[in-house]
Structure formats: C-alpha cells, structure tokens
Design a protein. Structure first.
Length: 128
C-alpha cells in the first residue's frame, strides 16, 4: 500500500473551455479573412463544384418540369378540340345517312331512284 505525500500529488485545475469564446474567435477569424485563404478555398473546391453541379441539375429539372406541364396542357386542349370534332363529324354522318337525306341527295344528283315500298327478298341458290 502506497501512501502519497501531499507534495507528490499535483492537482490540475483546468477550466472547461469557454464555448462562447471559441464561437466568437471563429466568427472573428471569418470576418477578418484569416479563414478564407487560398489553401482553405482549394480544399473546399470539390465541395463547391458539387454544390454548383447540384444547382445546375435543380434548375434544369425545373425547366424540364415546366416544359412537361406546358406540353400536357397543350395536349389536353388538343384532346378537347379533337373530341368536339369527332362529335360534330359523327353527328353529320348520322344526319347524312338517314333515309330521307339519302333520297334528297339522290334527287339533287338527278338519279331517278325511289325508295322500296316492299321489304327486300332473300335469294337462295341451291348448290347442287
């Protein structure tokens, strides 16, 4: 069992580092320009290039998205116009193919065709 004398034992009374002091000194270094020297900027160059690359990608993605939205809106308008055109053409076709309209068109062309008054008859041919 060892017994230490008071004279051999050293007690250090180190203070805890002042956190606010470190913050103020680092801010002071940035403001004074001591942190922004050439070596620091060269060390940070890859990160700055990466951030620039991300910014370019973000901007191009935004332009691409706007272009797609404009194209979708244009296609929606075109679809509405085509649907209206289809309904109009189908309506005209229904009107033209009515029997009364066909008869009037034949009279205008000068053909002397008349509508049937009796139903059509089916012709059956023996294959013997």
């Amino acid at each position: 069992m060892r017994i230490f004398k008071k004279s051999n034992v050293e007690f250090s009374q180190e203070k805890e580092p002042n956190v606010t002091g470190k913050i103020f000194t680092s801010v002071k270094d940035y403001i004074d320009g001591q942190k922004f020297n050439r070596d620091y900027l060269i060390d940070q160059l890859p990160f700055l290039l990466f951030l620039s690359f991300l910014a370019i990608i973000y901007i191009s993605n935004q332009f691409h998205a706007e272009k797609l939205v404009n194209e979708v809106n244009k296609l929606k308008k075109e679809r509405v116009e085509k649907r209206a055109e289809y309904i109009s053409a189908a309506s005209d076709l229904m009107k033209i193919t009515r029997q009364s309209e066909v008869i009037e068109l034949l009279k205008e062309d000068g053909l002397a065709l008349k509508p049937l008054t009796s139903p059509p008859k089916k012709i059956i041919i023996d294959q013997e």
